[in-house]
Design a protein around this ligand. Structure first.
Ligand code: GLN
Length: 470
């Protein structure tokens, strides 16, 4: 879809400005119904369209000419309100583009809006939106969640009937969960593949920028553009991403613990049905085990992520970004405490408290340092399996999309536990992806595949195989 679209734009078969206007109108009406966007940047999108039309005329248009892109709201887009879904950043318009955005723009992709997320990425359902923000609705049943935290990205990817790629971000599962609940493909590359410069950080050692699409073949052209070394991010990788190599026959490991207690029977059956089909095609599929990951993954993830988040959010004090108030008569502490008390939502406050506690002198060794040690053990556990297997598979989420009202009744701990299947690859920084393999009464069921560090090619190949089975 994507390549054909770009060809038609470049040849003039599609009249770009008319087309973009139509897409923007569609998105406005989609937004009324589903609340997938925090901002639709019509003016900026049309300005960009004009420039691209000129380039097309002079045969200078970039590789992604006219491709419609949406951006999760925690990535900075120049001159467009970028709030990470929180009221405390209302009014913040970055003076620069995140590196990923800059690279997309350079290739003439058109940015049409900022998509809904849990505030700062803190959530698995996109119900922890900031104060005054709407909860996005699942297109398969409007009473249900989209998944989170990149719920808007998945929602718009699922409903869009035009060529489109969503740029999303994952810290502990935020690409996978919504991709699974909305029935689209979510692809999260190796940590460091895509520069984090310009990302409103949740947890620096975990944050990864990735993509969502409807078709597997639409992933590579965008990923190749946004990835690659960036001197503005010291953790970005030097290795080039080459997604064209052919890979030998894949050996698949099915993660035993992911099909145990707490997983809905329909979810388990959909995964096992896929395994049967793979076996019939001649793939070796064997059961494997990740005991440390399943025992300690969730607490390890939440200790590390909240520790990092609690320092990252310290810069939001009503002075440099977003909300401001009249400081008259207030001491500095009163001023920033007032703004932080008023404009952070409950979940953001919970995470600041959890993280600050875990990092405190006296608790540091018992919590934060211990968690980082277990993280190393988890990485070793995965690495050992990749000596023998190419791809590890599991369900993405243990359940199909729950109702918004059901999520509201869950305790924080119950919320955190639903990430049990996605925290593993996120803690290891390994590439992983979700693809739909069935449904329960119309609600999509996602399969998650993980490969070793830098093995995105294998992951894409595996997704293509699964896509071919449907
Ligand atoms: N659900 C996880 C959390 O709340 C992951 C979110 C994310 O990847 N941003 O932290």
């Amino acid at each position: 879809m994507l390549k054909e679209q770009i060809k038609k734009v470049k040849s003039g078969e599609i009249k770009l400005s008319k087309y973009v206007k139509e897409v923007l109108d569609k998105c406005k009406s989609i937004n009324k119904e589903f609340s997938y966007f925090n901002t639709i940047c019509e003016k900026e999108a049309l300005e960009q369209t004009n420039e691209i039309e000129q380039k097309i005329k002079s045969k200078k248009a970039g590789k992604l000419a006219g491709l419609i892109i949406t951006i999760k709201d925690n990535l900075c887009v120049k001159d467009v309100e970028s709030t990470a879904g929180s009221r405390i950043l209302k009014g913040y318009k970055p003076l620069f583009d995140a590196t990923a955005i800059e690279r997309l723009r350079r290739e003439d992709a058109i940015i049409i809006g900022k998509t809904s997320c849990d505030a700062f990425g803190f959530g698995s359902f996109n119900t922890n939106v900031g104060l005054d923000f709407e909860i996005p609705k699942n297109l398969h049943d409007k009473e249900r969640v989209t998944g989170g935290s990149s719920g808007g990205s998945a929602g718009i990817t699922a409903v869009a009937d035009f060529a489109h790629v969503a740029i999303a971000e994952s810290t502990g599962g935020s690409i996978e969960s919504p991709a699974s609940f909305c029935g689209v493909i979510g692809f999260c590359p190796t940590y460091g593949r895509v520069s984090r410069s310009g990302l409103i950080s949740y947890a620096n050692s975990l944050d990864k920028i990735g993509v969502m699409t409807k078709k597997v073949k639409d992933i590579a052209p965008v990923l190749e553009i946004i990835s690659g070394f960036d001197e503005k991010d010291s953790t970005s990788l030097k290795q080039k991403m080459n997604l064209k190599n052919d890979v030998k026959k894949l050996k698949i490991g099915i993660i035993k613990e992911s099909l145990g207690k707490g997983v809905e029977p329909e979810v388990k059956e959909a995964i096992l049905r896929t395994v049967d089909k793979l076996k019939k095609k001649g793939f070796v599929c064997e059961e494997v085990s990740l005991p440390t990951t399943f025992k300690y993954g969730v607490p390890t993830y939440y200790l590390i992520s909240t520790s990092e988040a609690s320092t990252n959010l310290a810069c939001l004090s009503g002075l440099r970004y977003g909300q401001e108030e009249d400081p008259k008569g207030k001491s500095f502490s009163e001023y920033f405490s007032d703004i932080r008390s008023k404009d952070f939502n409950d979940e953001s406050k919970r995470r600041i408290m959890l993280g600050t506690f875990a990092r405190m002198a006296g608790y540091r060794d018992a919590y934060y340092i211990k968690a980082t040690k277990i993280r190393t053990k988890i990485i070793e556990e995965y690495k050992k399996l990749f000596e023998k297997y190419d791809v590890l598979i599991s369900p993405t989420m243990p359940v199909v999309a729950p109702k918004i009202s059901e999520v509201k009744k869950m305790t924080p701990l119950q919320n955190y536990m639903v990430d049990i299947l996605t925290v593993g690859p996120n803690l290891t920084g390994m590439p992983h992806a979700t693809i739909s393999v069935g449904d329960k009464e119309g609600l999509p069921i996602g399969l998650m595949a993980t490969t070793d560090h830098l093995e995105e090619t294998k992951l894409l190949q595996f997704l293509e195989i699964i896509e071919g089975l449907q």
